[in-house]
Design a protein around this ligand. Structure first.
Ligand SMILES: *Cc1c(COP(=O)(O)O)cnc(C)c1O
Length: 949
């Protein structure tokens, strides 16, 4: 007898081998190989198993990660450049960042089960709006650099002129921001001019926008009002990239006349993570809020007239607007925005001001000490960053600081920048003075502060939420109260098609908060980040092996950003061959909305290819479009398996004919969970893909981010991968397309999660996960098919890793919509499947390999019981307008109310299945009125009176 060893794969994959056998029997297969042979077209199957290291146990993986972590060296970083030391309050670290109740939630598209995180995001929006002095802020951007680039695009859209002129960028803007802006400007045909604006705008030339940094990268704080006024006179939109902590003291951009403020909220309690993830932000003046990119949380009402939150204007986002969308952002930085918002809730306005004053005080002490020691200070007016002139001595000073455990910023041979932050102490200041050789000169700062005339007198964070949770007990309970309102993966399966809500294992999550990963500044000397570089190189290589590509870059910090990077690579490749005229991007009608939006950002024209009745790319239409656009063809962008959840047999033909026409093939890799170990896009004809590490590779969705969207390419596109101005190691320097993200390796801080997943699954576990995902989807499809038509299937009547339940005929016959079913599922304790994407009036279900058989059955039984309820509507036993489906979800308050007047019982409303008696999720609100909220746009914390009846 041998004792069975439980591997990580056994834990990650929900059903046991016996359960798998039962599931196979249900769909009529003897074994999984036979199922896969029928489901996956032979033409795309790989002949080569994954060549990856054998699976590590959970403890062995942690040991290896500890080794890698030990190769990073944690120094105190006073580098600045947009990233600052910060203290994550323990109550936020443990109860948000390390808490699956928060990190495993999905984007709040279903607002009824998302009230907790929506409130947290509304706090974040209020923080940004108050501190910037602008009325509307969104619920996060991907980082500061991309936020600035999005602001440029917004300003460009606002300029009505045919020749809008240039986007003028002050030379004191963060260097990585300038380059991200340049990368984005090129394909849009926008001219970017970088100039020193300290003495005002240049006299000539048309401008549509101006970008300023506040405080500047050099640390200088200037009164921006004069240059803002000049710019407005010239008809330009003014974008100010501002530091939120500085804004607790300084006059905010809104009061200086800025139209748009952007920046990062990193220093509000979010660790460096070697570059991310952090929440960027954007706030805008009145009148342009409907142009705001990204997601916006707003206030609306529920069916009972109660205040409730939901994503505002969301239906206008990509799925409907596509190539007219305001941006391609889908996954954003929700978890980090929640953390930053909570940091402000915990400290309140007074606490933030105390932190800011302390930081400023250390900077003043440092400047005074340097001056007393004979070191010249370049700018007299600063907040946290002191720029010192040390002719010819910069390298020496920086090295002396490193010896003392501190990283400074070597600006050039003659200048050193020193940034103080929340973690700075008087000892740090003393050590820095020593490094400059100015130690003995410790001096009191002068009495008058140069900053004083630029200080704000307007209030901020006056809302009660920023005053009510100051004790740790109160904060703990506030976080718990919000968490309890939401449904995340820690309570139920989230069967969202196209989103791959699989297990985010604890072992995968553990390393991300280790100081050796969390506390590394993105521009720390690389010899302090050896462990990171090794981990990143291994991860990129393993992803290349999995996808069949030559090279992978992890820089893009979401799928949408990977799309842009991939399309820019295609653009660069065509241009390198003298074919810059190729600008048509073919996109099937079933594509995810980000595809079209990304193509537009890459300077391409979107041409839609039809799908046939079976949901497949219509080859006749493809040929017609190829003929029509001929020499103009740049690329086709297809999702594989398709967004319809099927393995299209014709994919290899599609790749071939597009190549023959001179185009490149982009396979959107969001559905890679159906391919890993079975097929490689790089082998079956694709040239480039992005992957979503927050789908297939276990980074949690965080309630709508963070994500990582690596881009993989074949050899000929490798020269055109993202690069970075401050890090030659991050990509091809001469030929690269420039940075796609502000940080060299994007959201490096969460890469250990995917590294751990691959290491612990090993080659066989990864393949088994794929097989398990396909099996689970087919099992669910088979169980639901008698009750709901399954819209598309491939050969042998099988689906890939997800299936679409078609409600349209049911809706026609009974009036019950897919949305009604989605909301009724809440009463059954489930998060809805993907609603009305890619086909309106349907539900797309993706169970993933991680859900065990009991949970799959619980979901199927809920769906089947709901179908019976629909039958009762059809046969007249339920009223067509007043029934448990139309009124779903039901709240406890409504059910226990004395005025229950519905034509069905309370019990059947709340406990339609016996299993619910054991565990019941109560929706905190009734169904939310989406249109009301869009008509009455309120996007910051409503005053408490608004909650009174
Ligand atoms: C999720 C998804 C994307 C976008 O990825 P994000 O990380 O959310 O930006 C693109 N295409 C498809 C098919 C997807 O499912």
């Amino acid at each position: 007898m041998t004792t069975a060893q439980t591997t990580f794969a056994d834990r990650h994959i929900g059903p046991s081998p016996d359960d798998h056998a039962r599931m196979l029997a249900r769909i009529g297969y003897a074994d999984v190989d036979a199922l896969i042979a029928d489901a996956v077209p032979a033409a795309i199957r790989t002949g080569r198993p994954l060549e990856l290291p054998a699976a590590l146990s959970e403890s062995a993986a942690l040991e290896r990660l500890r080794e890698l972590a030990a190769r990073n060296r944690v120094l105190t970083s006073m580098i600045g450049l947009g990233y600052h030391g910060t203290i994550t309050p323990g109550v936020i670290l443990r109860n948000v960042l390390e808490n699956p109740g928060w990190y495993t939630a999905y984007t709040p598209y279903q607002p009824e089960i998302s009230q907790g995180r929506l409130e947290a995001l509304l706090n974040f929006q209020t923080v940004v709006s108050d501190l910037t002095g602008l009325p509307v802020a969104n619920a996060s951007m991907l980082d500061e650099g991309t936020a600035a680039a999005e602001a440029m695009a917004l300003a460009h859209r606002l300029s009505k002129s045919k020749e809008p002129g240039a986007f003028l960028v002050d030379a004191d803007v963060l260097p990585q921001t300038i380059e991200v802006v340049r990368t984005r400007a090129v394909p849009l045909g926008i001219e970017v001019v970088v100039a020193d604006l300290s003495a005002g705008l240049p006299d000539d030339g048309a401008l549509f926008g101006v970008l300023l940094q506040y405080p500047g990268t050099s640390g200088v704080v200037r009164d921006l009002a004069p240059v803002v006024a000049q710019a407005k006179e010239r008809g330009a939109q003014v974008v100010v990239a501002a530091d939120l902590l500085a804004l607790t003291l300084l006059r905010p951009p809104g009061e200086l006349g800025a139209d748009i403020a952007v920046g990062s909220s990193q220093r509000f309690g979010v660790p460096y993570g070697f570059g991310g993830p952090h929440a960027g932000y954007m706030a805008v003046r009145e009148g342009i809020q409907r142009q705001l990119p990204g997601r916006l949380v707003g206030v609306s009402v529920d069916a009972g007239g109660r205040q409730a939150y939901r994503l505002a204007l969301q239906t206008r986002e990509q799925h409907i607007r596509r190539e007219k969308a305001t941006s391609n952002i889908c996954t954003a930085q929700v978890l980090l925005a929640v953390m930053a918002g909570m940091y402000a809730v915990y400290h309140g306005p007074e606490g933030l001001r105390v932190i800011a004053e302390r930081v400023h005080g250390h900077a003043r002490a440092l400047a005074a000490g340097l001056r007393a020691g004979g070191v010249e200070i370049v700018h007299e007016t600063f907040f946290d960053t002191v720029l010192a002139r040390v002719p010819g001595r910069a390298a020496e000073v920086v090295a002396a600081a490193v010896e003392r455990g501190i990283n400074l910023r070597p600006v050039d041979a003659d200048h050193v920048g020193v940034s103080c932050d929340e973690t700075t102490t008087a000892e740090h200041v003393g050590l820095v003075l020593e490094a400059f050789g100015a130690a003995s000169a410790a001096a009191e700062p002068p009495a008058g502060d140069q900053l004083a005339p630029l200080c704000r007198d307007s209030l901020y964070l006056t809302h009660p939420v920023f005053h009510a949770h100051r004790s740790e007990t109160a904060m703990l309970r506030y976080l718990r109260r919000l968490q309890d309102k939401d449904l995340a993966l820690d309570r139920t399966m989230i069967p969202l098609g196209s989103c791959t809500m699989k297990l985010n294992a604890t072992t995968e999550m553990e390393p991300i908060t280790w100081p050796e990963f969390a506390q590394i500044h993105p521009f720390a000397p690389l010899d302090q980040a050896r462990g990171y570089l090794e981990l990143i190189a291994e991860l990129e290589d393993r992803l290349a092996e999995i996808t069949g590509y030559a090279k992978v870059s992890v820089q893009p910090n979401a799928g949408s950003q990977g799309e842009l990077a991939g399309l820019l690579a295609i653009r660069g490749y065509h241009a390198s061959r003298g074919q810059e005229h190729r600008d048509v991007c073919l996109i099937p009608s079933s594509a995810h909305g980000t595809n079209a939006a990304s193509a537009v950002m890459a300077g391409m024209r979107v041409v839609v290819v039809k799908c046939d009745a079976g949901g497949n790319i219509d080859l006749d239409d493809l040929h017609a479009k190829l003929g029509q656009h001929g020499e103009k063809l740049a690329a086709i962008m297809v999702t594989y398996p398709s967004t319809h959840g099927v393995f299209e047999e014709t994919i290899t033909d599609v790749c071939r004919v597009v190549h023959e026409a001179g185009g490149q093939v982009y396979v959107d890799g969001a559905n890679l969970n159906a391919l890993v170990g079975l097929a490689r896009p790089g082998e079956f004809g694709s040239d480039v893909s992005h992957l979503n590490l927050h789908k297939t590779f276990c980074i949690p969705h965080g309630g709508g981010g963070p994500g990582v969207g690596p881009v993989g390419v074949r050899e000929h596109l490798a020269p055109f991968l993202p690069s970075h101005p401050l890090r030659a190691e991050a990509g091809p320097q001469d030929t690269g397309v420039g940075p796609i993200s502000a940080a060299p390796w994007g959201s490096a801080g969460i890469l250990p999660i995917s590294w751990a997943y691959i290491a612990m699954m090993g080659p066989d576990g990864l393949r088994e996960a794929t097989e398990g995902a396909i099996l689970a989807a087919n099992y669910v499809a088979r169980r639901l098919a008698p009750h709901y038509p399954i819209l598309y299937t491939g050969r042998s009547g099988l689906v890939a890793h997800e299936c679409i339940a078609d409600l349209r005929k049911i809706t026609k016959d009974t009036g019950i919509t897919a949305e009604d079913v989605a909301k009724r599922l809440i009463d059954y304790g489930f998060h809805a499947p993907t609603l009305s994407f890619p086909v309106a009036g349907t539900l797309m279900i993706e169970p993933t390999e991680s859900e065990d058989l009991a949970e799959l059955d619980r979901f199927c039984e809920a769906m089947i019981e709901i179908r019976r309820e629909i039958e009762r509507v059809a046969d007249g036993s339920y009223d067509r307008a007043d029934n448990p489906l139309k009124n779903a979800p039901h709240t406890a308050e409504q059910l226990v109310g004395d005025d229950w007047k519905h034509s069905y019982g309370r019990e059947e409303a709340a406990y339609p299945l016996p299993s619910l008696r054991e565990s019941k999720y109560w929706s905190p609100v009734r169904r939310i009125d989406q249109a009301y909220g869009d008509r009455n746009l309120v996007c910051s914390c409503p005053p408490p009176e608004a909650f009174e009846d």
